[in-house]
Design a binder for this molecule. Structure first.
Ligand SMILES: [Ca+2]
Length: 549
């Protein structure tokens, strides 16, 4: 079996380890010294050499800060990451009964992408890719973290064996926080991490591979009002229209954003647990509201009523964050990115017109909402059909923050900057940019490759009873076989190693992936298959391999 590429030399590894130690030791130096509350697990700073480190950090940040300000880069970057939110779930993406006024407003005053993708159809892999700018194939991180090392065991005989589980994002991988730190940015992470082996309970942060070890100076672990945070009994229900339960995660995110000092460039990642299962709400008024709205003949109606309440709760939380930014005097210098880590859950939401769902590489599993808002730079009311993918975010932010062009051309990055679409929309203004600034200039957009790689089976429990065919709005979990995909221009090819077969779709004319062109367009099929194979070989991707007898 091939081993995943590991990209650093010894010197680079040492530097990264030293930086990680420094990041832990200097944690919380930027936004005050508040004591962690009982529900909060902040990575504590060690007191040694605290003042010295803080002084060095502050003076360095000050000099770079002035440079950043002069170049009109965003002083404040906020990434709001939803969990499992489907492409079609928001009202501004066409949902007919979900009410999402805050996200709709964010889109109306910024830009909304209609062909944005997550890097993976599943949590951990998608998040690892988003934070590093690398594909899951290159990272060798294609599935979700587990409690311990092992290999996938399925309750039905399968011809292939998936690669061993990956338990964490390795420390030698540079995250967005670590890439922005040399440009003077301080970083804050709150919420769902899911990039280490579960520690002290499901989704618990590890003391060795948590956000503090990956470049975030401040980090808050808290489940808030999501059912993950419920104790043994369900909290009291809320009957009054418009009232929501207290959410300690959102409160702490807002407090931190409000405390961020003017003049310090910051990156904040608000990684929210909604709308991931378990889909339970204490807001009875929302249940009543959507019980009136969801059509009586809707499949999975009861689940969809609860899910609608969940989506509106997510929107409420985003609204709290947006209001905090609006009430600060940093709003015009703040870029807000909103997206989801993977497609919608098949049992709870309709992904139509897209085929598939979370856990597979049809469009419903990977196409997600993506909104960007920056009052100073992004023209309001824009919509873009440019295909972008989660691993593009890191080079895009580096581009906006005026990283060196050589950093953007890092051969280990898979992402391409789409900064030109953000700040120069409509495209006629592209000539204002230095062509060396954006990597997207280096390759014609219609030739650009996007890659997804999922060499696993799913579900691990209940595979035998899962439905065989992946359709549109199944409202059931289906069997996912190992598969990989490539999109170039309007075409997408999916390769299934079990049968060494391919499916080829024209996404412009057939977004539902219903007409397989593999046999009728053999030349194109062969071309994309070869490009996918070449890429997987080039990055030494881990493959599902034949089982030994
Ligand atoms: Ca997810």
């Amino acid at each position: 079996m091939n081993q995943p590429t590991r990209c650093c030399g010894i010197t680079r590894c040492l530097l990264i380890v030293l930086f990680s130690v420094y990041a832990v030791n200097s944690g919380n130096t930027n936004w005050g010294n508040e004591a962690p509350s009982p529900h909060q697990a902040v990575h504590s700073p060690k007191p040694i050499r605290h003042n010295q480190i803080q002084h060095r950090q502050t003076s360095r940040a000050q000099s770079i800060k002035n440079k950043v300000r002069n170049q009109e880069s965003p002083q404040n970057i906020i990434i709001i990451l939803a969990d499992d939110l489907a492409w079609s779930d928001l009202s501004c993406y066409g949902h007919s009964w979900h009410e999402t006024p805050n996200l709709d407003q964010l889109a109306e005053s910024g830009i909304r992408f209609t062909q944005a993708y997550a890097s993976a159809p599943i949590c951990s892999a998608s998040r690892a890719s988003l934070l590093t700018g690398k594909s899951t194939a290159r990272l060798g991180f294609e599935f979700v973290t587990k409690n311990e090392l092992g290999t996938q065991q399925i309750d039905q005989a399968t011809p292939l064996q998936a690669p061993p589980y990956q338990l964490q994002l390795e420390l030698n991988q540079l995250t967005i926080a670590e890439r922005l730190e040399p440009l003077g940015y301080q970083s804050f992470f709150a919420g769902k991490w899911h990039l280490n082996a579960h520690h002290n309970g499901y989704l618990g942060w590890s003391p060795t591979h948590g956000p503090a070890q990956q470049g975030f100076q401040k980090a808050i672990q808290d489940f808030g009002s999501h059912p993950y945070g419920w104790k043994k009994s369900q909290p009291p229900t809320i009957e009054i229209n418009g009232e929501y339960p207290e959410d300690s995660l959102i409160d702490q995110i807002c407090e931190t954003l409000a405390e961020q000092p003017n003049g310090t460039p910051t990156l904040s990642v608000a990684s929210l647990y909604h709308v991931h299962t378990p889909v339970k709400t204490t807001c009875q008024w929302l249940i009543r509201k959507y019980d009136q709205r969801v059509p009586m003949d809707s499949p999975a109606r009861e689940k969809r009523v609860r899910y609608a309440a969940f989506v509106e709760t997510l929107d409420h939380h985003v609204g709290q964050i947006l209001r905090t930014v609006q009430q600060s005097d940093r709003q015009r210098e703040t870029i807000i990115i909103f997206t989801s880590d993977n497609g919608g859950h098949p049992e709870y939401t309709a992904n139509a017109p897209l085929r598939g769902s979370k856990w597979n590489l049809y469009e419903g599993g990977i196409r997600v909402p993506f909104i960007a808002n920056w009052p100073n730079k992004i023209a309001p009311g824009q919509t873009s059909d440019r295909p972008i993918v989660g691993y593009d975010l890191l080079p895009t932010l580096l581009d906006l923050c005026k990283a060196k062009p050589t950093d953007l051309r890092d051969p280990w990055l898979d992402g391409k900057s789409f900064a030109d679409t953000l700040i120069n929309h409509p495209p006629k203004n592209l000539s204002c940019e230095d062509p060396d600034r954006s990597t997207s200039q280096a390759e014609p957009e219609h030739q650009r490759e996007m890659i997804w790689h999922f060499p696993y089976y799913h579900p691990e429990t209940g595979y035998a009873s899962a439905i065989e065919k992946i359709g549109i709005d199944d409202f059931k979990v289906s069997k996912t076989h190992p598969h990989s995909a490539i999109r170039v221009g309007r075409h997408k090819l999916i390769w299934f190693p079990e049968t060494d077969s391919t499916e080829l779709y024209d996404l412009d004319s057939d977004p539902s992936e219903s007409i397989n062109l593999a046999d009728t367009s053999p030349s194109l099929n062969q071309n994309l298959r070869q490009r996918l194979t070449d890429y997987l070989e080039r990055v030494n991707a881990r493959l599902a391999i034949a089982k030994t007898k």
